[in-house]
Design a protein. Structure first.
Ligand code: GLY
Length: 410
């Protein structure tokens, strides 16, 4: 099968790598990255250029397109591909609203009976103040739309709230979901969906803060482990029955078939598991950890879901555990310099090094992003997976490199 993967980050590198392991597929990426170029042909089309991607997929005669990031999905790439007769493993724009609008997701969960914190939609700072009663502890403010991971605020006083309101209502306008803050351990659930049927993958956990001990600013994710420690046995089944199936059912009732990955960011609150957010694609860096534990022809599984004839029989979850440690550029998630030479990947040992922000300059691999590499180890248990990942991280060098030392521990 000829498969085109759209995107250029660690998640897309993990998807291409997994596709390359079985099935003998002819793999292409747009735009891809230097790591992906080792297993597929890369084409200079951006992941948010919908018309460009449809044209590329048509020209290649692609049997399947797998968009990695959320922006093209929310903007309707699956619909555009369908109109051209090309199967897409990724949801339609109507379904991707689950990530594109926090309020749509909240309202849909309420209709579907999926547990989530109660929330209110506010369109002015005054409405937010009224909703919270002016006391900020215990509230979360969320930008309704896509915000590249920068749209969620947990104000801890008047000064923090002022700052958040300024960012959420730039120029006075905005749509903000105000909801109660829940406490507990977080877990990421990803399900491969085909409208009605779904396969829930093992639970994982990412680490969003920049520094050890969950300190510092939020990032795109500094690492992930799978299975997530401290999660009750059978949580996949619980999530399938209580989150994934109800959401798919409610979308179908509204005339939309969800085909692609449904990601539920969940929290194990004292009152029970609750959904914090949905994403309409694989998590990043969760994909790097979770996909490392899958065996089988995942391309065939993606196509079966994209065409509404789900067949999960060709896929197996391996025993053991995996850990992905992100190596980032000094200064990330703030400003950082790029173009530093990367050494040591070739001697990294028994791990997979996923490229997230790299480029080739004058024949050398250099840094080209905030998150540069995702070093992923597997093992019989989480300890062994972490040991392998960290041993490799210590052998890879670039100027300003930093990483968290406590992935999997908090
Ligand atoms: N790791 C969270 C996300 O991909 O949005």
């Amino acid at each position: 099968m000829r498969i085109l993967v759209a995107g250029s980050g660690g998640r897309e590198h993990a998807v291409v790598n997994t596709l390359s392991r079985r099935g003998g597929h002819d793999l292409h990426a747009a735009p891809g990255n230097p790591g992906m170029a080792a297993v597929c042909e890369c084409h200079p089309v951006k992941a948010d250029d919908i018309q460009g991607l449809v044209a590329l997929a048509s020209r290649l005669g692609a049997d399947l397109v797998v968009p990695g990031p959320e922006a093209p999905l929310v903007a309707g790439i699956a619909d555009a591909l369908e109109a051209s007769g090309i199967p897409c493993f990724g949801p339609s724009a109507a379904c991707a609203r689950l990530e594109g609008s926090k309020w749509f997701a909240k309202e849909l969960m309420t209709s579907a009976g999926v547990r989530t914190a109660p929330g209110l939609l506010c369109t002015t700072p005054g409405e937010v103040r009224e909703a919270t009663g002016g006391s900020w502890d215990g509230w979360v403010l969320k930008d309704d739309g896509l915000a590249a991971g920068k749209g969620v605020f947990l104000p801890d006083g008047e000064a923090g709230a002022e700052d958040a309101l300024g960012r959420l209502f730039p120029g006075g306008g905005g749509r903000v979901v105000v909801e109660r803050r829940l406490c507990g351990r977080e877990v990421s659930i990803m399900a491969i969906c085909s409208g009605v049927e779904a396969l829930v993958l093992p639970p994982s956990r990412d680490h969003k803060r920049a520094y050890d001990g969950d300190r510092g600013p939020n990032t795109g994710g500094m690492g992930a482990v799978c299975p997530a420690p401290g999660i009750p046995d059978g949580f996949e089944d619980w999530a399938l029955s209580n989150v994934v199936r109800p959401v798919l059912g409610e979308l179908r009732r509204r005339g939309a078939d969800y085909r692609g990955v449904l990601y539920a960011g969940m929290i194990l609150a004292p009152e029970g598991p609750s959904v914090l957010e949905f994403n309409c694609r694989f998590g990043d860096p969760e994909a790097q950890a979770v996909l490392a534990l899958l065996e089988g022809d995942i391309g065939a599984v993606f196509l079966s879901c994209a065409t509404g004839k789900p067949d999960f029989s060709g896929i197996e979850v391996l025993p053991g555990a995996s850990a992905c440690v992100v190596m980032a550029s000094g200064g990330y998630p703030g400003t950082y310099a790029s173009g530093f030479r990367i050494d040591g990947i070739d001697n990294a040992g028994d791990v997979t090094v996923f490229h997230a922000g790299t480029a080739v300059s004058e024949g050398r691999l250099v840094t080209a992003g905030g998150r540069v590499l995702g070093v992923t180890g597997t093992g019989a248990g989480l300890g062994e997976a972490l040991e392998r990942a960290y041993a490799a991280v210590r052998g890879i060098t670039f100027e300003g490199a930093f990483w968290r030392e406590d992935i999997g521990a908090v």
